[in-house]
Unconditional design. Sequence first.
Length: 106
Amino acid sequence: MESVAVKEIAVDHAGHLLVRPETAGPDFQYVYRAGAGVQWDAKVGAFVAAEPHRWTAVELLPHIMRIVREELGISLTLTAQSRWANLTERQQAALRRALEGGTDAG
């Protein structure tokens, strides 16, 4: 399985959770085929949760990472260089715990 570092995790102005990898692959656009509410937005270079108000960010982040792993065979990996944008320290800590615990909404 290919591993790709996460460049940034952010929430945009509309409340969408964005997971921006260091590099983008041509197959990223096909993630939508799973019908799991995750899509690739080439304009912002990020995986995006299609329904931000249906789940919390703590539920969405592990879900996005699981769908990318299952559908594309890519393990998105947080690194010391991964940035956080528009998320409080408390939200960041909750997201890290969710990833460590394997919390998944789907």
